[in-house]
Ligand binder design. Structure first.
Ligand SMILES: Cc1cc2nc3c(=O)[nH]c(=O)nc-3n(C[C@H](O)[C@H](O)[C@H](O)COP(=O)(O)O)c2cc1C
Length: 194
């Protein structure tokens, strides 16, 4: 079985359009995938400040990765497929997802360095990002969420990156329902292809 890690950052839970895309993606996930779901609103994620930051630096210096605080990075590094679902906020995504990324970005677990530079250490083949946006931002250079995660897929060593977005969710007079349904269908097709 392949491990499919779902990083659910759908802040509005059942109201979330992003979550609807995620559920349609999962409904079409290949049968050889075992789904592990991490709901970020239910995790007690903290920023890297003060003692929490100092402890991390100490553990990294000694190379001791046995501490439970490294569980997110290990889980991420060991997944065959990773799906991140987060709404479009402030031209990117919610800070909650950035807190998670801080926990996951760990020298020696998800990335490392050799004589040629940085190398990704994740075993995953595909990193998928699902999102719903109030306005229209596909291919817009102002969009920073998908472009950032695209860069991270290379940094962490994934082979491929995919983004499925529903644009125009909050635009008056625009058929947001049709845009959402189109994104759901794309997500299903993508899931079935992995
Ligand atoms: C805090 C916050 C920030 C947002 N920032 C943007 C933005 O920068 N650009 C935009 O087009 N829409 C923005 N939106 C609108 C959301 O992208 C839109 O409502 C989206 O559908 C939310 O996804 P959800 O239904 O999964 O929660 C923002 C919404 C919130 C609550």
């Amino acid at each position: 079985m392949r491990k499919l890690l779902v990083v659910d950052c759908c802040i509005r839970k059942e109201e979330s359009r992003t979550k609807k895309i995620l559920e349609r993606f999962l409904s079409a996930a290949p049968s050889d995938c075992e789904v592990e779901r991490l709901v970020l609103t239910e995790e007690n994620l903290a920023p890297l400040v003060g003692d929490f930051f100092e402890q991390r630096q100490r553990l990294l210096e000694t190379g001791d990765f046995s501490h439970p605080r490294f569980r997110y990075a290990k889980q991420f590094a060991n997944a065959d497929l990773v799906v991140i679902a987060a709404p479009f906020w402030d031209l990117a995504f919610p800070a909650l997802l950035k807190l998670y990324i801080e926990q996951v970005s760990l020298d020696g677990i998800t990335f490392g360095a050799n004589e040629t530079g940085l190398v990704g250490l994740c075993r995953g083949t595909d990193l998928v990002f699902l999102t719903a946006r109030g306005g229209f931002y596909t291919d817009d250079p102002m969009e920073m969420g998908s472009r950032y995660l695209d860069a991270l897929h290379t940094f962490f060593g994934f082979d491929r990156y995919h983004c499925v977005a529903a644009d125009g969710m909050d635009v008056a007079g625009f058929d947001g329902k049709a845009s959402l349904e189109e994104a759901c269908k794309k997500a299903e097709a993508l899931a079935a292809s992995l």
